[in-house]
Design a protein around this ligand. Structure first.
Ligand code: GLN
Ligand code: ZN
Length: 752
């Protein structure tokens, strides 16, 4: 029995990130548009050939993008906001929407469109902006070109389109009535589908991932309207409604009631019983089973996946496809270049190229890959590198008491270090200058010795301490110069991680991230940060705070193992960090910050799963931070998002001080924190821009904060770490911040 296979999308960047470099070179004016287009076309051709050679039956087109597929969809339907319409050149206009556009000669200055996370991935899409009564018109050139390119190679590719409801739901509409635009939008979808039918396109992949989320009544109505309209179209290719990242659950009926042709479901993130699904989906629909996980880097358990194929194929009359769970956009390209990777762990892994081979094997139902997969799963299960009995014993013995500080906040603060009213501090990192980056590179390439590099870092840290003293900050930090990245740094020091050379995945535009791979039980053998914290503390009589990345953030920004629940992996990370927190305390560090910027983005797509997630996430943070005496002050920091809807969980972290991002919203995002029980440091300095805020501006923000929060519990600090900024602006801004604190402090004291 051979079953057709389909790949829902391929990473665009290239195995060597060719597209990234071509884009950046084009943006900086070093290369021409034609050169960029050539690189892109070569990549597309190479990726199609890879899929074809692997034996995949259905290949995607229009999954490529110069920046982002949601932006491409906006352009496809002519949804260009007014601010960009004046830009004549279509390529310039496209990149202006993606990245903003400044031109001194003409005085043009338009900001970029907003960016948001693509569901629960670390990919960011561009948020289209639609006006009330938005007029849509078709610009299908890019799509048609990719279709023709594939045909020129002798391939018939299936175009990928974001569906109308997902498109509207992800867009920002001026009047908050996105579905008022649905009629108009459906008309252009209709036109496009007609043109594709004229071009003899047999199938279209219509991505509707919003179907796996909780939908409001309006959204459900929009789906009904859309599917009724598309279903009834006379001249159109067949439509494969494609969902991923979760189950359709109650939304399944929205698809089944209409004359559509196929449904793709993500079986790697499904709790639905396969048999139940098979009963419900009528035989007239082609069922596409997403069995090869597009979101992780592990080999597929082919036996288990094939078991589902057999079960699905048992129902006669049903036409089946087997597919990647989602686009492979979220996995790195190829293991081939991973020469330095630990061979044992490498054998458990599969990147996009290897996933194609797995998919083909599943389609054929046999082959040596099945044996390899079986062996790899067995080895992995038995490997001592994965299972560490001491770590296991420790996680099992974790007690409720370990998640609690000795006393509650009010008592703790009485014995903690005395600081001035409205104490000033920063979030951790200081400018990572060109010099620091080049020294780091030189060290990595072996051009300078370990000793030389350490010496350099010590000098940079000492310089940072001197500058903070001169600025008059109350609580100092060491500057984080020894860290390339806040997760990688800890991954490298913990057991249970490996690192890839080229395991890049696109984050947004040309930006890629290379997450560490967490494959085994996590153990901390040695202190990770104590030396730097102690060294920094030895240079000053002001208190220096220790600086750690929290367990949830390490989990969230790594590729993690799938052989145990994420909650258990997080607990292991928490215990390792707990030891570090205790060692910092032992070394005399009196304030310890544990950053959790990623806690909110770990939220499941479905509301009914939030509670469970928040429970273990909060518990992990508390395990990490509750091993210290009352006198030790725990800080935490969060950013990138609003926390209103998870406020009780943020409070439940029970950090002594919480630092959050508030400057851009002018303290409005602080409003819900009025009842926050512990101390809080709302950012008064927006570090995302080189602009230096004035004393008056920050003093005003502080007064605003003081109206909402009791001044005894208020700290003064920037929004986030300063590593992306330059020293000049940082020093000016912090000097102004310290002065603003001084002024408001004087006012507050006179009020007492
Ligand atoms: N301590 C980190 C820093 O200052 C926090 C980074 C973050 O919030 N993303 O860089
Ligand atoms: Zn931050």
């Amino acid at each position: 029995m051979t079953i057709s296979t389909s790949c829902l999308g391929f990473p665009r960047m290239g195995a060597e990130r060719e597209l990234k470099f071509a884009l950046e070179s084009y943006w900086s004016g070093k290369s021409s548009l034609a050169e960029l287009q050539k690189v892109a076309a070569d990549l597309r051709a190479r990726h199609w050939q890879l899929m074809q050679t692997a034996g995949i039956s259905v290949l995607p087109c229009n999954d490529f993008s110069y920046y982002d597929q949601v932006l491409d969809t906006a352009v496809l339907f002519g949804a260009v906001p007014a601010a960009y319409r004046g830009i004549q050149d279509p390529h310039q206009r496209y990149f202006a929407m993606a990245r903003g556009f400044q031109d001194q000669a003409s005085g043009a200055d338009v900001p970029a469109l907003a960016m948001k996370k693509w569901f629960d991935t670390n990919y960011h899409y561009i948020v289209p902006e639609l006006e009330a009564g938005q007029n849509f018109e078709l610009h299908p050139e890019k799509l048609f070109q990719e279709l023709e390119e594939a045909r020129a190679l002798g391939l018939e590719a299936r175009p990928v389109l974001i569906g109308p409801v997902t498109f509207l739901k992800l867009s920002r509409t001026a009047d908050d009535r996105p579905y008022a635009l649905l009629d108009g939008l459906l008309k252009v979808y209709g036109q496009l589908l007609k043109q594709l039918a004229d071009k003899k396109v047999a199938w279209v992949q219509l991505d509707e991932p919003c179907l796996v989320t909780d939908l409001s009544a309006d959204e459900k109505a929009a789906y009904r309207q859309a599917f009724a309209f598309l279903g009834e179209l006379k001249e159109r290719p067949k439509l494969m409604v494609t969902t991923y990242f979760g189950d359709l659950e109650e939304n399944l009926d929205l698809v089944l009631q209409y004359p559509l042709d196929g449904l793709h479901v993500d079986r790697t993130r499904s709790h639905q019983d396969l048999w139940d699904l098979l009963q419900r989906v009528p035989e007239s629909l082609v069922l596409s089973l997403g069995l090869v996980d597009g979101r992780n880097i592990w080999r597929c358990d082919l036996d288990a996946a094939y078991h589902q194929v057999i079960e699905a194929a048992r129902k006669p009359g049903r036409q089946l496809l087997i597919a990647t769970s989602c686009s492979l956009l979220h996995s790195p390209v190829s293991l081939r270049g991973e020469k330095d990777l630990d061979p044992e762990v490498k054998n458990w892994m599969a990147f996009a190229e290897e996933k194609l081979a797995e998919l083909a094997a599943l389609g054929a139902g046999r082959g040596k890959l099945f044996d390899e997969s079986r062996q790899a799963q067995e080895q992995r299960k038995a490997s001592q590198r994965v299972t560490n009995p001491q770590v296991r014993a420790r996680t099992e013995a974790v007690s409720e008491a370990q998640a609690h500080r000795v006393s509650e906040f009010a008592k703790r603060r009485e014995v903690q270090l005395t600081l001035p009213l409205l104490p000033t501090t920063t979030i951790g990192s200081f400018p990572q200058t060109q010099e620091i980056r080049s020294q780091r590179a030189a060290h990595r390439q072996g051009k300078i010795s370990d000793e030389q590099y350490q010496e350099f870092l010590r000098n940079a840290t000492a310089d940072c301490i001197r500058r903070q003293e001169a600025l008059g900050l109350d609580v100092l930090v060491h500057g984080e110069y020894e860290r390339n990245d806040m997760v990688e740094y800890f991954g490298e020091k913990l057991h249970g991680f490996v690192f890839t050379r080229n395991g890049w995945v696109q984050s947004y535009g040309s930006r890629c991230v290379k997450p560490p791979v967490l494959f085994g039980d996590v153990e901390r053998k040695h202190p990770m940060t104590v030396e730097w914290a102690s060294y920094a503390q030895s240079l000053t009589s002001k208190p220096v705070k220790g600086m750690l990345t929290g367990p949830v953030t390490i989990l969230q920004w790594s590729f993690v193992r799938t052989d145990q629940p994420r909650s258990l992996t997080c607990l292991q990370l928490a215990l390792a960090l707990r030891d570090e927190v205790c060692d910092l305390e032992k070394a005399g560090i009196r304030l310890i910050q544990v950053d959790e910027p990623a806690i909110r983005e770990g939220l499941p797509l479905r509301r009914n799963q939030w509670e469970h997630y928040l429970e273990w996430a909060v518990n992990s943070f508390r395990i990490a931070t509750s091993g210290v005496a009352d006198a030790t002050q725990i800080h935490t920091h969060m950013c990138y998002s609003e926390f209103e809807d998870i406020l009780p969980s943020v409070a439940a972290l029970d950090a002594d001080v919480l630092f959050i991002e508030t400057a851009r919203s002018r303290m409005e995002s602080l409003a819900p924190f009025a009842d926050y029980p512990n101390a809080i440091g709302p950012g008064v300095y927006d570090i995302h821009s080189p602009r230096v805020p004035s004393v008056a501006e920050m003093a005003d923000l502080l007064r605003e904060a003081r109206r909402r929060v009791d001044p005894d519990r208020l700290w003064v600090n920037p929004d986030c770490g300063l590593k992306t900024r330059g020293w000049r602006e940082v020093e000016m801004a912090l000097e102004a911040m310290v002065e603003a604190a001084r002024q408001v402090r004087a006012e507050s004291e006179s009020l007492r």
